[in-house]
Ligand binder design. Sequence first.
Ligand code: FES
Length: 572
Amino acid sequence: MLDVELRSAQWYAGQSRNAYIHRAWMRRGAPGDAFDRPQIAIANTASDLVPCNRHLSEVAAAVREGVLAAGGTPLEMPVLGLGETQVRPTAMLWRNLAAMEMEEMFRANPVDGLVLLGGCDKTIPSLLMAAASVDLPAVVVPGGPMLTGTFRGVPLGCGTDVWRLSEEVRAGTLSAEQFTRSESAMIRSRGHCNTMGTASTMALVAEALGTVVPGVAGTPAPDSRLLEAAHGTGRLAVEMVAAGRRPSAVLTTASFTNAIVALAAIGGSTNAVVHLLAIAGRLGIDLGLDDFDRIGSRVPVLVDLQPAGRFLMEDLHRAGGLLAVLREVRDLLDPTALTVTGKPLVEYLDDAAIWDAEVIRPRSAPLVAEGGIAVLRGNLAPGGALVKSAAASPHLLRHRGRALVFDSIEDFSARIDDPDLDVDADSVLVLRGCGPKGYPGMPEVSNMPLPKKLLAQGVRDMVRVCDGRMSGTAYGTVVLHVTPEAAAGGPLALVRTGDVIRLDVEARRIDLEVPVHELARRTPSGATVAGFARPRRGWERLYVDHVLQADTGADLDFLVGSSGSEVSRESH
Ligand code: FES
């Protein structure tokens, strides 16, 4: 018997009519003492429509065994999962809805602790946002990446190679038939994308935050060690309830520092910035965009994974995983940050080792000497913008060029391959109307495909500027998350085709070379502000009315902060 007062006792303890109702309907074969034990919800984002998470029900079964073995009562709880490749108009529109649904259901139900099963891009962020807001003991089991698939003798990276192969089709160097044949080679097994995309990044960052049992993130989805880890995590969840170890004790300024160091060292996705800001916002932690530059820019990129490098997640796991990476940058970590086990993260680094120095570079021979993500400011992005310099072309990091402006992704798609388009390799492609409000939902469109005629000339990268996001599996010199977005009245709405844009990543600047008096005379583009259509109903309406900008995590204004787990009223 535990020496703590369980939250679930508010439902189950005693002889009252209400306690009778709560127990009787849940009984259905359960032993009488099932209600005296810690009630552990296994929040499962599996669904047939979330292909990267489909296997999580098997993982949930292993968690269930672990919870039972430790004397808890496991309760599998389907929660809203988002299939990145499936949902329209963009999965990011639904991240906050998923987080809100989870938060409310964790609060509404008699649960004492949470095991959070996620994988595909938005699932771990939404689970952590919810867990942070209810502040019940919570631990993540990342679903793990797919195994490496090969096509024509070479490995294919999920996502990254889709962009590469589709560009080859557009350039006429790969047939459409061969392109289609590569589909099942790319998606070879269960699990999430195997590049350093958003899913891999968020799993590793969740471990660096302390919310995953150290050493587990990055275990491939089909690997039996994932089930072993799931079992152990189920046991741990019971222990966490007994110890009262809540997210507010694990997720601290120190753990966000470690997450940012990890994000830079792994060359992780820019999407992690917006997700970490949103999670921090739920905890009242004072984390800003500039912290990513301040902490992350000193950190070398050590992991040679696509899209910035060559290898895939299976290789990273074989080479020693996140702990081996973090051991190399131990001096940059905050040693006070705790993990879900109650021990500091740095305690787990002593036994870590690099087993393949091609995949995980030693500190002395990094892939890129300084951090992956730079935060830019300037008259085009007064609230900030990001560029993932590790995935950009070095020769474009300082660049001046004429803007070629598109008011929406549809406008872009309609015109980009027009043979008469006035564009050259020095042009700066500007895409607006893709921010949180403008699209709405901030889609991953910032890595715009290059004009066909330039591809045919051998051009493989151009400077692109957008108020949307970019897939973590994409690459190129892309300035994204421009804040404020055009639809919120940001200066991006004032840019005209032919204006000169200056990018200087070293100086952390993105500027429009147009005199102030000229900008003051301009009215924002009709398709971005004046023509911005407020959705008529439903979630989109709520979202557009309340979503914050990217520089604070694009959460809803009324979801920032914590609700806690206390719900005192009930209807019986
Ligand atoms: Fe699910 Fe990439 S589409 S992780």
